[in-house]
Write a protein that binds this ligand. Structure first.
Ligand SMILES: Nc1nc2c(c(=O)[nH]1)N[C@H]1C(S)=C(S)[C@@H](COP(=O)(O)OP(=O)(O)OC[C@H]3O[C@@H](n4cnc5c(=O)[nH]c(N)nc54)[C@H](O)[C@@H]3O)O[C@H]1N2
Ligand SMILES: Nc1nc2c(c(=O)[nH]1)N[C@H]1C(S)=C(S)[C@@H](COP(=O)(O)OP(=O)(O)OC[C@H]3O[C@@H](n4cnc5c(=O)[nH]c(N)nc54)[C@H](O)[C@@H]3O)O[C@H]1N2
Ligand code: SF4
Ligand SMILES: [Mo]
Length: 726
């Protein structure tokens, strides 16, 4: 038989590169390489993708079988059980708890998109819950898409078609982490396009930028208002677009008037020239495509309004649903289609629907369909306003993912929480506290991926190797758990049937598995050619439910003035407010904690908290580290490479100082993740959830009012030389 060659997709990060896996008769992976025929990634691959070889071939430390706890919680004593025993235990606990306390007493946790989130939602529906239960969308997906949903009617991150832009803008986003996309940008820049990078850190892409601006954390709305003022004053907008497709232009023009380059520069701690240059480039050299990341709008107490200001800037520029502008995909909403989630068109904002924290954060309840983490963890601890009895996590580690980790830990170890199950590859800090752990197949070991959600392509994929031990794909787990809770919702026999059902139900491809494999690329858009999106859908009546031209907003237009914002108690116009915990808003606190803390900027090899135990990934970043500006290092007696203690009113952690001009003066940056698992092959120790995890430092209150986004990128801290008690 020799070497087997399988074309599939790496799903380690959201880029989802096409890859070719070579494996041998012993089911070992020989090599993973980029697939040159993949229309999106075109042969690009990164080290994290290639490390699948280590993850699959060396199963040391991996959870290989379902196991139940036999000792005290957290004692590390486990006993192997069968999948049936594990699933029965989960289903029995769920049924008992639902009967006694109602489904809301079960919290299911999921992390960022790892190919099974839609089935997770369906499973929640089978439990009698509505929505996503517990997800980090309060700092990621929702503040990302909500401003666009409200302002443009586009229920997506509104990513730019940067490969065709004349001016490419990376706003608090670093695509260098996802390689294929970077290549497209470099090629476009070589062909004459501009690149603007707006990032507090002088990050990977800043080094290639025509204009790199480093605003103070959480001040991006001010910058966007200042840029809009310049564009309006200089009439760098398209009058016809404004008249035909936007709402509230006159009010916007009045609002931005006070944001002179000087005032903007003072708030953002940049120069007036930078504001003017950015406005001129965006205003005169279109099409403008933006990639907006977590930097500006997701992880601040003023998150939604920051995002709104950026959405309005895009609306003002007018490059929407055109080549090189803001892409308007249809496929994103398909993932959350009622046919798959079983949400049945119910309004999540209705008063009788209960969510933890829904009263405090009504916008999150209405649009996010999730429980607020802070309120959920408090309920786990106190039983108020109602009890939580079970927590089941799939591809999620709350101890490393959520702010204010000491609260999360108290919740995860609360005696009120009767049952915890975790499905993961390795013993994550939360898995160590579980009653049942469930083994998981990684991407080379499964046949279940999403269609491309950020584009319009369905790419054929297949399982490359057999999963080790009894590692199950997450789809299979949801299917078998679902069958035990509500069999009519889960009619399929296996995961392949689930994939084929989706192809048929959503895109009309009635194919067998082999037929699916035979066509490498399909389009998700009705009538669309593979790789050729339909543009200006708003003119063609493709965006509004009633089929009329326009955008799916109440006015049918791009809304600068937005009644939806007003209905939730916000200023209906884009607005800047100072972050809740900054040297300016909290001068007293800043006397003790003078530095602004950014947590979680991405680094090459790690994807969230995963892979710090994998040698080829860990060797790039052996120790936890923190970026410190040379002037701050001098002021606080820190030298490059030494261990420092970083403290906030919430707690303290350690990291090695990386003294660098990359970070803005007055700001320190702890990357994601801070913690490290042990890496025996390299002889490197672990640094646990309570040692080097940036979330120890981040407050869970006060949060963004409507949404509950927490200031993971704008809170106060101090640094001192030495490891202290850690
Ligand atoms: N301070 C701070 N906190 C942050 C962020 C930040 O920037 N700063 N970023 C936030 C953001 S944007 C997000 S999206 C969240 C992400 O949060 P999560 O997605 O929950 O990420 P992790 O906490 O790393 O937990 C993920 C766990 O899932 C496991 N895993 C990975 N893939 C799979 C899979 O396919 N199946 C199974 N069963 N397990 C899998 C990993 O091994 C890991 O233990 O974190 C948020 N937390
Ligand atoms: N390697 C790797 N790739 C990943 C992930 C990962 O964990 N590892 N996570 C994935 C996930 S779930 C997500 S959501 C995406 C996030 O993707 P990005 O948003 O691109 O990622 P980040 O690096 O978290 O944040 C972007 C930048 O924001 C900057 N920044 C911080 N505060 C501010 C601010 O106030 N204003 C501005 N303008 N910039 C600021 C940081 O310096 C950082 O460079 O990444 C995805 N890709
Ligand atoms: S960029 Fe790397 S980790 Fe992300 S999908 Fe591509 S190969 Fe995988
Ligand atoms: Mo995320």
């Amino acid at each position: 038989m020799g070497v087997k060659k399988t074309k599939t997709m790496c799903t380690t990060c959201h880029a989802r590169c096409g890859v070719i896996v070579y494996s041998d008769e012993d089911n070992k992976i020989i090599k993973v390489e980029g697939d040159p025929d993949n229309p999106k990634s075109a042969g690009v691959i990164c080290g994290a993708g290639m490390s699948q070889r280590e993850i699959h071939n060396n199963t040391e430390g991996r959870i290989l079988y379902p196991m139940k706890r036999v000792g005290e919680r957290g004692s590390g004593e486990w006993e192997r059980i069968t999948w049936d025993e594990a699933l029965d235990a989960i289903a029995d606990n769920c049924k008992r708890i639902i009967a006694e306390y109602g489904p809301e007493a079960i919290i299911t946790g999921q992390g960022t998109g790892r190919t099974s989130n839609h089935w997770h939602c369906r499973l929640n529906s089978s439990l009698g819950l509505e929505g996503w239960s517990l997800v980090p969308t309060h700092v990621c997906l929702m503040p990302h898409i909500l401003p666009n949903a409200i302002s443009l009617g586009i229920y997506s991150p509104a990513a730019g078609d940067l490969g065709n832009s004349k001016t490419m803008v990376l706003w608090g986003q670093n695509p260098a982490m996802e390689r294929a996309f970077t290549k497209i940008m470099y090629d476009n820049q070589a062909a004459g396009a501009n690149l603007i990078v707006i990032d507090t850190r002088y990050q990977d892409m800043s080094k290639h930028a025509d204009l790199a601006i480093q605003p103070r954390p959480g001040t991006d709305a001010a910058l966007a208002l200042g840029i809009m003022r310049e564009i309006i004053r200089n009439k760098w907008y398209d009058r016809e677009w404004i008249d035909n497709w936007t709402y509230g232009f006159a009010e916007l023009a009045e609002r931005v008037e006070e944001w002179t380059p000087e005032k903007t520069a003072a708030v953002c701690e940049i120069t007036p020239e930078e504001v003017i240059s950015a406005a001129r480039m965006m205003g005169t050299q279109g099409p403008v495509g933006m990639m907006i990341g977590l930097g500006p709008g997701c992880m601040h107490s003023n998150a939604i309004q920051n995002g709104r200001a950026l959405a309005c800037l895009q609306g003002l520029l007018g490059w929407i649903d055109v080549p090189g502008g803001v892409s308007v995909p249809l496929s994103f909403s398909v993932m959350l289609d009622d046919r798959i989630t079983l949400w049945d068109g119910k309004d999540p904002g209705r008063p009788d629907l209960f969510t933890f924290g829904g009263e405090e954060h009504p916008l999150y309840k209405s649009f996010g369909r999730s429980n607020d983490p802070h309120a959920t963890f408090e309920a786990m601890i106190t039983g108020e306003p109602r009890p939580v009895k079970a927590f089941i996590a799939i591809a999620n580690d709350p101890l490393l993912c959520y702010e204010n980790t000491n609260l999360t830990y108290e919740a995860m170890t609360s005696p009120n929480l009767e049952f915890i199950a975790v499905k993961d590859f390795y013993f994550s800090p939360t898995a160590k506290l579980a009653d049942i752990v469930l083994p998981s197949a990684d991407w080379s070991e499964r046949c279940t991926y999403d269609e491309e959600l950020d584009g319009n392509l369905i790419l054929a994929f297949d399982q490359a190797v057999e999963a080790p031990g009894e590692c199950w794909d997450d789809w299979r787990f949801f299917l078998q758990w679902g069958k035990r809770m509500s069999p009519e919702d889960w009619p399929w026999e296996n995961e392949k049937e689930m994939v084929l059902w989706r192809l048929r139900e959503f895109y009309g491809f009635d194919v067998t598995w082999d037929e699916f494999q035979a066509v490498p690329v399909r389009s998700t858009e009705p009538g669309g050619q593979a790789g050729e999106p339909v543009f200006k859908k708003y003119e063609k009546g493709m965006l509004r439910p009633d089929g009329s031209p326009g955008f799916p907003t109440p006015s049918g237009r791009v809304e600068f003035y937005c009644a939806t914002m007003a209905a939730f108690g916000y200023d209906p116009l884009p607005d800047y407010t100072e972050p809740a915990e900054s040297p300016i808003s909290q001068p007293e606190l800043a006397k003790e904690y003078p530095l602004t803390l950014i947590t979680g900027h991405r680094v090459y090899s790690f994807f969230h908290s995963a892979w710090t135990n994998i040698p080829s990934q860990r060797k790039l970043y052996p120790d936890p580290f923190v970026l410190v500006h040379p002037d701050d290092a001098r002021a606080y007696g820190i030298t490059d490479g030494e261990w420092v203690t970083i403290s906030s009113p919430r707690g303290h952690i350690i990291s090695k100082a990386e003294v660098t001009r990359e970070i803005k003066k007055g700001v320190v940056a702890v990357p994601r993740p801070g913690w490290r698992d042990e890496c025996p092959e390299l002889g490197l120790p672990g640094y646990g959830w309570d040692k080097a995890n940036g979330n120890i430092l981040v407050p869970s209150v006060p949060a963004e009012p409507g949404y509950g986004a927490t200031p993971m990128r704008s809170s106060l801290c101090k640094i001192e030389s030495g490891r202290g008690d850690l």
